[in-house]
Design a protein around this ligand. Structure first.
Ligand SMILES: C[S@@+](CC[C@H](N)C(=O)[O-])C[C@H]1O[C@@H](n2cnc3c(N)ncnc32)[C@H](O)[C@@H]1O
Length: 271
């Protein structure tokens, strides 16, 4: 999820959001994934998991202990600094990193992979990048779990009359230069369905309260900053000051809605 604007991929930001991400991911979608894996016959032999846009490896730290059987993880990202951090921290029997621009991902890059996963990725991609990625997954024929794509809805409490204007401007910013932003999960689902992959969606909202003040402040700064970059007529400074004041008193609640997607190939013989 590019939940904020410019600094999304800094390791400090990824670390700050890791716990909220872990709390948010849909347990129901994970349960369906685990049920699917029960039938792939790989529990004894082990699985190869590909994490696309791995960042510092946050998804691997969360998911590896929740998957059955031994695993080897292949981490893909275009940022070598993030790959270096990720390599040392994913708790799997084997971890390999590959520097790649996902816009050029091919089925051959996923050769031998049993499960494709990603977190906070789809909404920063373009439609053509998503189609490329989906085609590569479908060619390999494995299941894929994409967690935490922004859904384009945030709720702040107490409400402020300008919340909607900032939210609209932020969503428009997310769609800049052809990125899918809040349209990503629906576009990805359609892309899989066109290739005969049934898709299941689960909601995975961040629910930020008084215990998440540092993350809430960082999220607010990024969210408002991106909105003002999109629409410079918005009174960003004043709005941000008021929101941060409420936050510092422990009175601000924020829900940032996301969607998790699970795409599973039909059992062979079912089409
Ligand atoms: C919002 S971060 C999420 C990182 C990690 N999955 C997490 O949940 O903490 C998005 C990640 O995708 C990577 N990324 C974005 N677009 C990419 C592309 N076209 N090719 C390769 N990596 C990409 C970024 O470098 C970054 O690490």
């Amino acid at each position: 999820m590019s939940t904020t604007g410019a600094s999304d991929f800094l390791p400090e930001w990824l670390a700050l959001r890791e716990e909220a991400d872990a709390r948010a991911r849909s347990g129901e979608t994970l349960t369906f994934l685990r049920a699917h894996l029960e039938h792939d016959g790989r529990d004894g032999r082990g699985r190869v998991v590909a994490d696309l846009g791995c960042g510092t490896g946050s998804l691997g730290r969360w998911l590896a202990p929740r998957l059955p059987g031994p695993q080897r993880w292949i981490l893909f990202d275009r940022d070598p600094g993030l790959l270096d951090l990720a390599r040392r921290s994913v708790p799997a029997a084997g971890v390999e990193t590959r520097r790649i621009d996902l816009g050029s991902l091919r089925a051959a890059d996923l050769d031998g992979v049993d499960l494709v996963v990603a977190s906070a990725l789809l909404d920063v991609l373009t439609r053509s990048e998503v189609d490329t990625l989906v085609e590569a997954v479908a060619a390999v024929g494995c299941p894929a779990l994409f967690t935490l794509s922004v859904a384009g809805r945030v709720e702040l409490s107490p409400a402020h009359p300008l919340d909607r204007a900032f939210s609209d401007a932020f969503n428009a910013h997310q769609r800049r230069e052809g990125r899918l932003g809040p349209d990503a999960h629906a576009a990805t689902a359609r892309s899989f369905e066109r290739l005969g992959y049934p898709v299941r969606a689960g909601s995975s909202p961040w629910r930020l309260g008084p215990g998440d003040a540092e993350l809430t402040r960082a999220w607010l700064r990024g969210w408002v900053g991106a909105a003002v970059e999109q629409d410079p007529s918005l009174p960003g400074e004043e709005y941000l000051r008021k929101r941060l004041e409420v936050c510092s008193r422990g009175g601000l609640g924020v829900v940032v809605h996301h969607t998790d997607l699970l795409a599973r190939p039909l059992p062979s013989g079912d089409g």
